[in-house]
Design a protein around this ligand. Structure first.
Ligand SMILES: [Zn+2]
Length: 65
């Protein structure tokens, strides 16, 4: 999760692709370094972000519109 977009991890590597990549061909992706920090990010999505609500306990809830 980065900037209201959701990402899916690919093949147990440190690359994450936008979770909408297969449905609407979005090429945004994030690569993490060994420490789990963001090493590289392409955040040029072809669609608006999902809307999330963050609860007081830190959980993300997707808003259905
Ligand atoms: Zn995307």
């Amino acid at each position: 999760m980065l900037g209201n977009y959701t990402y899916s991890q690919m093949n147990n590597c440190k690359k994450f692709y936008c979770s909408k990549r297969q449905s609407i061909v979005c090429k945004a992706r994030v690569t993490l370094d060994d420490g789990g920090a963001i090493a590289e990010a392409d955040v040029h999505h072809t669609h608006p972000p999902d809307e999330f609500f963050i609860t007081k306990s830190g959980e993300y809830i997707r808003l259905n519109k």
